[in-house]
Design a protein around this ligand. Structure first.
Ligand code: SAH
Length: 342
């Protein structure tokens, strides 16, 4: 008999699962799983022996198995390949910044969005991750850091997959992560990056969970954006910027627009001028990401001079811009280099 995995269940789901046991048992189990990281029912001293035995035969508490670990030469970035119960695998990246430790997690196995510069979408979408699997990625990072006497400070959902195409499981995971009986993580410490699924951005605004929204923009006009990102043919720039602005106004949270710099494609001063124009007046900033090489993709990184010029143009024309400090490119852990491997 396969055992049911209790990891990833909300308190209400645990109460239901454990009925007719009294509700306080569910609370105890939730605390053991989420607060104390207990994986074995026999270690739950508060439970009577008979219950421990019964639970051990019916249930398990399982996050993910580490299949591979790669440490970047920068000493700050680690990439882990995590194996899931059906044999699929996803990558997560742990980064040490001066503002704390963050983990970049995946939301899907593979990706269907087809962005022309990204490795994650090369083999299409295999499947969505469940809320439990996404939470498992975060717990893996949290437990790893605890083992090094450190703590997890923030979560970015920017790994493989398009989080807003896995909407319901994503929201379930975020709410659980925020619960006091779980990690109690503030929504402000969580960033979701989307390629621009406009209806889902509108829906997210109404959830009243003020996470930070990052939008992958990458081009200042529809023609170029559609050539780089098929999603733009469904939801154009105008509708995307309106949804972003609306998100910022409703949540009071500044939206970050990510902009990959692809050498000779979208990195000239004219592109910067048009970008500044479409973002003027928005509660927004721009994060420039110099293209990270992906062998199957025919793009070149921008020159250092082009990056500097682009950055300078935006900052002197009213748009706060930063350049992403790329971490872990030597172990293919940088943006756009993650991929699904079974
Ligand atoms: N699907 C989400 C999150 C995944 S990618 C999204 O599109 O936002 C995270 C960021 O890395 C996105 O801005 C993405 O466009 C960017 N990216 C993808 N491939 C890249 C590459 N080769 N070099 C640099 N950034 C890349």
């Amino acid at each position: 008999m396969t055992k049911k995995n209790l990891f990833g269940l909300t308190l209400t789901e645990l109460e239901k699962e454990l009925a007719p046991l009294p509700k306080f048992r569910a609370k105890q189990i939730a605390a053991q799983i989420y607060k104390h990281g207990v994986k074995n029912f026999n270690d739950m001293n508060e439970l009577p022996k008979t219950l421990r035995a019964e639970f051990s035969s019916r249930y398990e508490i399982k996050i993910a198995d580490v299949l591979k670990r790669l440490d970047s030469g920068d000493g700050l970035t680690k990439k882990f390949l995590l194996g899931l119960s059906d044999g699929a695998a996803v990558e997560i990246v742990l980064m040490k910044h001066d503002y704390g430790n963050s983990v970049c997690i995946s939301s899907q196995v593979g990706c269907q969005m087809g962005c022309k510069f990204c490795a994650s979408t090369l083999k299409g979408l295999e499947r969505n991750l469940t809320a439990a699997e996404m939470l498992g990625e975060i717990f893996f990072a949290e437990e790893f850091l605890r083992g090094e006497s450190q703590k997890l400070d923030s979560v970015v959902i920017m790994g493989t997959g398009e989080p807003l195409m896995n909407y319901d499981e994503l929201i379930k995971m975020l709410r659980l992560l925020h619960e006091d009986y779980c990690l109690g993580m503030s929504y402000r410490k969580i960033t979701i990056s989307t390629c621009g699924v406009v209806p889902a951005i509108k829906k997210l605004r109404d959830e009243k969970i003020p996470v930070t929204l990052s939008v992958s923009l990458h081009a200042p006009d529809d023609n170029l954006r559609s050539a780089l990102m098929p999603v733009n043919s469904a939801f154009n720039l105008k509708s995307l910027l309106a949804a972003g602005d609306d998100y910022a106004q409703s949540t009071g949270r500044r939206v970050t627009y990510e902009y990959i710099l692809l050498g000779g494609v979208n990195d000239t001063e004219e592109h910067a001028r048009r970008l500044a124009k479409i973002l003027s007046g928005q509660l927004a900033n721009v994060n420039l990401i110099p293209f990270n090489p992906v062998v199957e993709r025919n793009f070149s990184p921008p020159t250092k001079a082009a990056v500097k010029k682009f950055f300078h143009f935006l900052n002197t024309h009213g748009i706060g811009a930063t350049i992403r400090k790329e971490m872990g490119a030597d172990v293919n852990a940088a943006c756009g280099q993650l991929r699904a491997r079974s």
